[in-house]
Every structure is written in C-alpha cells, then in structure tokens.
Design a protein around this ligand. Structure first.
Ligand SMILES: Nc1ncnc2c1ncn2[C@@H]1O[C@H](COP(=O)(O)OP(=O)(O)OP(=O)(O)O)[C@@H](O)[C@H]1O
Ligand SMILES: [Mg+2]
Length: 351
C-alpha cells in the first residue's frame, strides 16, 4: 500500500496528448485522485519516437506544474510499433527466478534486435496445456534507446520514474478492474490513439496475441485536411466537435467515418492474422479505448464492419472519482484517459 505523496502518478506520453492520473486505495475501494491532460505539440513524437525531447519535456512540465505535483514517482508507458516486441513463446517449464536468469538467452531467437540493445521482461501465463511439461510465456522486449528517451523526458520534468509499462497491459489492467476476466470468452482490447493502434486479444485474462500498428486518428486528420483544405490544427478542432468556418459539421462527420475504413481494415487484418496463426476462435467482443473512441459513430460503424460487438471501455465501473477531480471532464475524456488510469493501478514490486 502506498500512502499520501508516495502514491505514484502515471504518465501516458502520446503523440497527441500527455495524460496523467493517480489512483489511491482506501477502505472503500479505489479512487481516482488525479486526471489531467495537455496537448503534445505536433511533430514532437513521430512513429513512437520522441523527436523533440525539449518540447515533450516542456509540455509535461507545464502539466505537472499546473497540478502542483512535487517530484512524485511516476509510472510511464512506452509505445512504438517498431521498437516494442510482445510475443507469446512456449518453453520448458521452469521456476520464475530461473527464467529471470535465462530469459536473455531464451529471448535471443525471438528478437530481431541485438539482445544487448533491448530491455527484456516476461510474464509466465501458465502451462501450455494441462499436464504439459512446457509453459507459455509472454516475452516483452523494448529497445533501450526508446525507453531512455521517455525516461529522460519524465526525469527532466522533475518526476522519478519507478515503473515502465506498455499501453496494452495498462488497458488490460483497468479492463479487468472494471469488468473482471470475461471468463471463457476471447475478447479484443483495442486502444486507438492518434498514430498508433495497440491490440491485445485475451482469454481468461491471458494475452493470446498482441499487435501494434502505426495507424490512428491521423487518417481522420489527413482526410479532413485534404477534403476541406485545412491546417492540422483546424482538423484537430473539427475532430473534437468544434466548428470551423465553411465546414458543415455533418460533412466533417462523413469524412471522418469514411476515413475510418482504413482503421477498420487494419483491425480486420490483425484479427485475420490472429485467427490464422494463433487460434480460430471467434472474438466475441471488442472493447475500445483511446481518443478515437470519442469520435461520433466510430464504435457502432466498427461493429457493423467487423461483425463483432464493440463497447467503449468504461474505466469507472469499479473506480470512484474523487471530488478533487473534475468529474464531468474526466468522464467525458474517459477513453483518452484509459491508458493513464490503467497505468496508475500498477505498484512498484508488482509482477
Ligand atoms: N472528442 C475528442 N477529443 C479529443 N481527441 C479526440 C476526440 N475525438 C477524436 N480525438 C482524437 O484522438 C486522438 C488522441 O487520442 P489519444 O490521446 O488516445 O492519442 P495519443 O495517445 O496521444 O496517441 P498515440 O498513442 O497514438 O501516440 C487525437 O488524434 C484526437 O484528434
Ligand atoms: Mg496513446
């Protein structure tokens, strides 16, 4: 248990927004005691890589100062489809501490990078089948250079990083907290942000398949800019439902939903790949998070295209919102906040 100032805050550094959150536990359960966000200047993060550390640090510093946070510990997530590998592997059964010693050797054959250039973590998910002498392990490898960039930004903003996580696991943590395990059903958690889509297909809480693709609301921005001859800033305003001179809101909505076909096709490809390479089981439901989930009509059209029910994750099923937090804003931005809220469930020392 962490009390008072020791409770870490979470920092979700995205290419469109930085989000921060904090969850405290008390006798009556968990409570969100912080949520806020700030825009990330365009071009600061490209392809999951922080191209402009100064501007990312400035944005995070502004957010930290606005919330009067004094050098707290931070849980952060790193992203980047070309720098993060999550893979399910099958290896002979062994104890967790033995695997911790040999994981580098085990991982070498699965990682397309020099093993010395990556941070490796793993999670034993269970026996391959009942009575098997093999076990399934989720292997996670993240390029050290990417982690370092995120750590540099967080430290330069005056925070002390204590945990580095991935958006997939942050989403599955808050999903489980909100909905339980969804036993015996194969479900897909899909987090769609500005430039990336993180997919995690799970059964009984165990990840069967994860994938990152470099697609997101950027396709909406590009379509709006082209269709109505707009700047990126005006496209961003339209996506948030604000009005822009000479653009009818219904025309903008039509353009956004049409451009979404590219995202649906990407998700379909990932699901097809899962079904051909991992399991033929049908996915019974998609749970959506990320800023794109806030796009009017997106979830319902997605369900029609993929022929799978789509529900937007509500992170507040089992989480109170403290009166220190702006509840209306937080509920409105719940999809944007999901990763940050999931990260803030983590505690140092957890596995
Ligand atoms: N109503 C809305 N309010 C805010 N953002 C919205 C809204 N509707 C759509 N969006 C889009 O959602 C995206 C932001 O979502 P999110 O914060 O999940 O992305 P991110 O984490 O910054 O991006 P990534 O993880 O891909 O780098 C932006 O592209 C934004 O335009
Ligand atoms: Mg994101």
């Amino acid at each position: 248990m962490f009390f008072g100032k020791e409770i870490p805050i979470s920092v979700d550094i995205g290419s469109a927004y930085i989000k921060i959150a904090r969850i405290s536990e008390n006798r009556t359960g968990s409570e969100l005691t912080l949520f806020d966000y700030i825009e990330m200047p365009l071009g600061t993060i490209v392809d999951g890589i922080i191209e402009d550390k100064g501007s990312a640090t400035q944005a995070l510093t502004d957010l930290v100062q606005k919330n009067k946070l004094k050098s707290p510990n931070a849980i952060l997530s790193v992203s980047g489809h070309s720098s993060v590998i999550i893979k399910k592997i099958t290896i002979p059964k062994m104890k967790e501490e033995d695997l911790a010693n040999s994981i580098k050797f085990e991982a070498e054959q699965y990682i397309p990078f020099d093993i010395n250039d990556v941070n490796i973590d793993f999670q034993i998910t269970g026996d391959t089948y009942q009575g098997s002498d093999q076990m399934d392990v989720v292997l996670i490898a993240v390029k050290k250079s990417i982690v370092k960039d995120y750590l540099d930004v967080v430290e330069s903003a005056g925070l002390t990083p204590v945990i580095v996580d991935l958006p997939h696991f942050a989403v599955s943590n808050i999903f489980e907290h909100s909905y339980g395990l969804f036993e015996n059903e194969t479900i897909a958690l899909i987090n769609i942000g500005a430039n990336s889509t993180n997919m995690n297909i799970l059964k009984n809480g165990v990840p069967l398949f994860t994938r990152d693709t470099p697609i997101g609301s950027i396709v909406h921005s590009e379509a709006l800019m082209q269709e109505f001859d707009l700047t990126a800033q005006d496209a961003e305003r339209l996506k948030r439902g604000l009005t822009i001179a000479n653009v009818q809101p219904e025309n903008a909505e039509y353009t956004i939903i049409s451009a979404s076909e590219e995202i649906f096709a990407d998700v379909q490809r990932s699901i097809d790949f899962f079904r051909s390479s991992v399991s033929e089981e049908d996915i019974s439901k998609i749970f959506l998070s990320g800023g794109v989930a806030m796009t009017k009509g997106f979830a319902s059209v997605m369900a029609e295209r993929l022929l799978i029910p789509v529900e937007i994750i509500n992170p507040f099923n089992n989480l109170k919102i403290s009166d220190k937090v702006d509840e209306t804003m937080t509920r409105q931005y719940a999809s944007l906040a999901t990763v940050a809220i999931g990260l803030s469930l983590r505690r140092p020392g957890d596995r």
